[in-house]
Write a protein that binds this ligand. Structure first.
Ligand SMILES: [Zn+2]
Length: 185
């Protein structure tokens, strides 16, 4: 197991559409192990494989609170099959856009189908934080970032700051002024 580097915007790989997983084998299990280690180290509550540079449709997640036991979840080839009409707003953050948070409106409830690590097909109905996190991570597998939902003015400002930071080689242009638990992944 190893902590892998997390890609930061404006890294173009974050815009790739990831490929479906075709075999749940040893190398996929190793990727999942590394993703969990990377996610817990960050810390974040969700991570998509493309965020560590692997364009495969794999998502790891753990929504347990600090004082609760770990609750790791893996979603392979996750796909939204249904969205509820009701929408809710949640302040999102992303490990690939460190220290930046904005309110994003998404469907409050979604149904998601995926494969588990045994290759078994599953479908769940998610609400609350799980629904938000699943939509955020599934977006990553399609090359979509949460800043795509905010105003162009704000998005351009964020991109400009991160482009400048990438040039300077610092990577993290924004001051840490909020709890890192806000990072969805
Ligand atoms: Zn993210």
């Amino acid at each position: 197991m190893a902590v892998r580097d997390i890609l930061i915007i404006p890294d173009k790989r974050l815009r790739l559409k990831s490929e479906p997983v075709t075999a749940i084998d040893k190398s996929l299990r190793a990727l999942v192990d590394d993703m969990f280690e990377t996610m817990y180290a960050a810390p974040g509550i969700g991570l998509a494989a493309i965020q560590v540079g692997v364009p495969q449709r794999v998502v790891t997640m753990d929504l347990a609170k600090k004082d609760e036991p770990k609750a790791p979840q893996v979603f392979i080839n996750p796909e939204v099959t249904w969205k509820g009409d009701e929408r809710s707003v949640y302040e999102e953050g992303c490990l690939s856009i460190p220290e930046y948070y904005e309110e994003v409106e998404r469907p409050s409830a979604v149904r998601v189908k995926f494969l588990d690590l045994d290759g078994k097909a599953r479908e769940i109905e998610a609400t609350g934080l799980l629904a938000t996190c699943l939509q955020h991570e599934i977006d990553h597998t399609n090359g979509v970032l949460f800043i795509d939902y905010i105003s162009k003015l704000k998005r351009d400002m964020v991109m400009k700051k991160f482009k400048k930071a990438a040039k300077l080689g610092t990577g993290k242009p924004l001051a840490e002024d909020k709890e890192p638990s806000h990072h969805i992944g």
